[in-house]
Design a protein around this ligand. Structure first.
Ligand code: GDP
Length: 354
């Protein structure tokens, strides 16, 4: 008998007669691997409930679902239960224009970057905003510490952009720093690895599992080129009873309009910048060349890094797009119309005429 609480399940809703809860541990094309209280099994979506007029969200790894037995067949998945956290992307299948969850119900996100290559503060800011929006807690894991002499300066730089976030430097090769992860790897807790290909996600998973469960793709450390090694989504249970979700497609993670507003997540990642906004001489300051602009002033004295300011503006635009998709599309089509008028006039007259 398996207790689903070991997977983080808390019953908020009782299943109907004949239904039972299950946790999704792997997603294949149309089949789902599940853990139920009586063991592992496979399930398929009940078509009328997932493709009907009010479709349920498709389950993903880490989801809790209700299932019904279908003797002689895979069981039927009849309901996706509400999620406490999730990551999503745009459904990449042809004709898919919807948000697609790719990992759910995790507690902690290990945001991973390698110290020797791939170290990029702007990417970290983006991952931090996405993690805060997902509903989980970020932890920054700097990998391959064995390959560098001193990680002090890089840790200082990360601290400056991620105040209050736990930062650790580890090596899956020597085992350095791995014990610092233990406080997050508690029984029943679920973690996700978020990081580009080649940063050492598979190596860390193997080190924590104490076995090679994931293929490590050898990369050339001189140019940090790696190949995509993760090809399916899976939830692994560590010997300590904690779980790790490994999922491909983290690169395409998107920002979406959600109840936990993405704008708020971006604001909390850039609290230092937001504190200054609104203090410029002109209330409608665009922070470009206006006199009395506190942002330009802070950049000129080195109080705000100009790259960080650009990163803030970029993520703000993305957040705006996520929250105002229709408005953004309208603005884009107005811009395209302007360009069309401009080129038509140009073709007609040979001159630019507005
Ligand atoms: P993934 O694509 O994020 O899963 O990365 P992998 O785990 O496949 O690792 C990519 C490359 O980095 C491989 O060549 C690993 O041997 C190497 N690697 C991973 N972790 C470490 C580490 O802590 N130290 C060193 N020196 N190499 C590592």
């Amino acid at each position: 008998m398996i207790n689903l609480q070991q997977y983080g399940y808390t019953q908020r809703e009782a299943p109907n007669e004949g239904e039972a809860p299950a946790c999704v541990t792997a997603v294949h094309r149309e089949r789902y691997e599940l853990v139920t209280e009586s063991g592992s099994t496979f399930g398929k979506l009940k078509t009328s409930l997932y493709y009907g007029s009010h479709p349920q969200p498709f389950p993903t790894v880490g989801d809790f679902v209700f299932i019904k037995d279908a003797p002689g067949n895979d069981c039927q998945i009849v309901k996706t239960l509400p999620r406490k956290s999730y990551f999503s992307r745009l459904d990449p299948t042809p004709g898919g224009h919807k948000e697609q969850a790719i990992a759910a119900n995790f507690d902690t996100v290990f945001i991973m970057q390698s110290l020797n290559q791939n170290f990029n503060l702007r990417r970290l800011e983006r991952y931090l905003a996405l993690t805060l929006q997902s509903g989980a807690m970020p932890v920054i894991v700097l990998t391959k510490v064995d390959l560098i002499d001193d990680s002090g300066q890089q840790i200082d730089e990360v601290e400056a952009i991620a105040p209050g976030v736990d930062i650790m430097a580890i090596s899956s090769v020597t085992g350095q720093g791995l014990s610092a992860l233990e406080k997050y790897l508690l029984p029943g807790r679920v973690c996700v690895f978020l990081g580009s290909s080649g940063v050492g996600k598979s190596s860390l998973l193997n080190a924590l599992m104490g076995a090679d469960v994931m293929t490590v793709t050898e990369i050339r450390e001189d140019d940090a080129r790696g190949r995509h090694t993760t090809t399916h989504r899976q939830l692994f249970t560590l010997p300590c009873g904690s779980h790790i979700i490994d999922t491909p497609g983290m690169r395409e993670l998107g920002m979406w309009e959600r109840s936990e507003s993405i704008k708020e997540s971006v604001s909390s990642v850039f609290a230092d910048i937001e504190k200054k906004l609104g203090n410029c001489r002109f209330t409608d300051c665009r922070h470009q060349s206006e006199p009395g602009c506190v942002i330009l002033e802070a950049i000129s004295v080195g109080e705000i890094d100009s790259n960080r300011w650009e990163s803030y503006q970029k993520l703000q635009r993305e957040a705006f797009y996520a929250e105002n998709k229709l408005e953004a599309i309208r603005q884009k089509s107005a811009r395209n119309k302007d360009i069309a008028v401009w080129s038509k006039n140009r073709r007609k007259t040979g001159k630019v005429k507005w």
